[in-house]
Write a protein that binds this ligand. Structure first.
Ligand SMILES: [Zn+2]
Length: 349
């Protein structure tokens, strides 16, 4: 039954996805200069909107005499960084749309009290299309069986959970909420052996326990097409183990719930595996020193993110709490989207 439904939804989804992702797919081949021009145009629109509609930014821009018309890299660096703490305290003053029209997400990380982040519909849709593009890089196509090892958000309501189960069914996907006990690892391993999915998308923090189980019990796993990892840092040792066990390539990603919940991807590896391509048509990523001054490519520092698409609750120069580095190298695949090093990320808190 499930196979029949999956095949029926395949042709519909293929057509829908093709129509709606063409802009995202085209954008990956922009030149570096085209990306910069697009970013500055989007940034100025976002800053104007934030100034006119979000009291937090209105007060800050006026207080620091920040002129949007004269915006350049130096002027942009004068904007105060946004932190999770400010986001929590100033939430009402950050919202720049009618709140009832926005979608609620939560900040990522280990904190027991995630902060609510509101996003407009267009921004969420764009995040989904970006994820679709990155999945294509890993060899995914609509209809291929995908298993997600993914922590389900606790604050999602019953109706939303039902909706998600229906979508999973139609897309031939299966979600496992990762647990770190032996019985869970056993049932997951058996499911993967029997169902033989094409792709597994997993949360890296769960990986250590599951890999231990597979090695300890000498389980022969099926050959997959790809494994996509996100969440915590993926070590070289874990990457090599995954490649050895599943005989497939591993595609690491960097994302956060602030930028679209489960679809909140910021950067992703292509099949050249040189680093993670920043979705530069959607984000400006800076790496800054302890005084919040940008340090430029090739130097490690704290990651600061500007979301160019969320006009519902503008997130401008957001210090997310991760450490990283923008690479000097251009990717061999030919895409000019800048690369983030995939070995440095970790939550400071
Ligand atoms: Zn590439």
């Amino acid at each position: 039954m499930r196979t029949l439904v999956a095949h029926a939804s395949y042709s519909f989804f293929k057509r829908w996805a093709y129509i709606n992702t063409q802009a995202s797919i085209d954008a990956q081949w922009m030149t570096y200069e085209e990306i910069k021009e697009l970013q500055w145009g989007k940034l100025k629109r976002l800053l104007r909107h934030a100034f006119e509609n979000a009291p937090y930014y209105n007060a800050m821009f006026q207080g620091k005499a920040i002129y949007i018309n004269n915006m350049n890299a130096e002027e942009f660096a004068r904007i105060d960084v946004l932190t999770k703490d400010i986001m929590k305290r100033q939430q009402c003053n950050l919202i720049a749309f009618k709140k009832s029209k926005l979608h609620c997400h939560f900040t990522s990380g280990t904190s027991a009290n995630p902060v609510r982040v509101f996003r407009d519909t267009a921004a969420d849709f764009s995040a989904r299309m970006d994820l679709y593009r990155a999945n294509l890089w890993a060899g995914w196509k609509p209809g291929k069986r995908v298993v997600w090892l993914w922590p389900e958000q606790k604050m999602v309501g019953v109706l939303e959970k039902l909706r998600r189960r229906a979508v999973e069914f139609l897309k031939n996907e299966k979600l496992f909420n990762p647990l770190n006990d032996e019985q869970y690892c056993e049932s997951l391993t058996e499911y993967i052996r029997i169902k033989k999915p094409a792709i597994i998308i997993l949360y890296t923090s769960f990986l250590r326990r599951w890999l231990e189980y597979i090695q300890c019990h000498h389980v022969a796993m099926p050959v997959l097409e790809a494994i996509i990892t996100t969440g915590d840092t993926l070590s070289n040792q874990q990457r090599e183990l995954l490649k050895e066990i599943f005989k497939c390539n591993v595609f690491n990603r960097y994302g956060a719930g602030e930028f679209g919940g489960d679809f909140g991807m910021i950067a992703s590896e292509c099949d050249a595996h040189m680093g993670m391509h920043i979705s530069a048509e959607r984000f400006i990523i800076e790496v800054v020193d302890e005084k919040n001054n940008p340090v430029g490519p090739g130097k490690k520092g704290q990651i600061v993110i500007t979301d160019l698409e969320n006009f519902g609750m503008p997130i401008i120069r957001y210090k997310i709490g991760d450490i990283g580095m923008i690479m000097n190298e251009r990717c061999l695949c030919g895409r000019a989207l800048p690369l983030l090093s995939h070995s440095l990320f970790r939550k400071i808190k």
